[in-house]
Write a protein that binds this ligand. Structure first.
Ligand code: FE2
Length: 143
């Protein structure tokens, strides 16, 4: 797996899955560019699974810590998962169309980095503050 740079939030519980998602997105764009539809479908399926799992993790912590922006953040997650689903259907039905190629090389990449910077960075700061307040209670493990 290649290393793809994205925003580093200083919290391994978020940074590790984010790096994995960016790497999968990069692999997806590469498969699309070389018009390997079957490979792209497999990579996209893996990205959907990894993304759904990580979003559920973030949403669990937003709920547990009563994060003030959790509705907005969760809505962003839902829209992105819908976007992945729509492009997956198109890829399966029609192969690497110009629209789905543009999406994989453009909006997908931009959205992930934008979301990590604008939504996940404030969440990381909130979780850090919450952890400090609840020192001693079961919480996120820092390495
Ligand atoms: Fe998020």
């Amino acid at each position: 797996m290649t290393h793809v740079h994205g925003p580093v939030l200083g919290m391994p519980e978020l940074d590790a899955p984010h790096a994995d998602m960016l790497s999968r997105a990069d692999d997806l764009a590469a498969a699309m560019r070389s018009r390997q539809a079957r490979k792209a479908i497999l990579i996209l399926d893996g990205l959907v699974e990894a993304t759904a799992l990580h979003f559920a993790y973030e949403e669990e912590w937003m709920d547990k810590t009563a994060y003030p922006d959790r509705v907005v953040h969760r809505t962003a997650h839902d829209l992105f998962l819908q976007d992945l689903h729509t492009s997956g259907l198109e890829l399966r039905a029609s192969g690497v169309t110009p629209r789905v190629l543009d999406w994989a090389c453009g909006r997908l990449q931009t959205w992930l980095r934008f979301h990590m910077e604008k939504n996940d960075r404030p969440l990381a700061r909130h979780l850090e503050r919450t952890e400090q307040k609840r020192r001693g209670a079961p919480t996120l493990h820092r390495s």
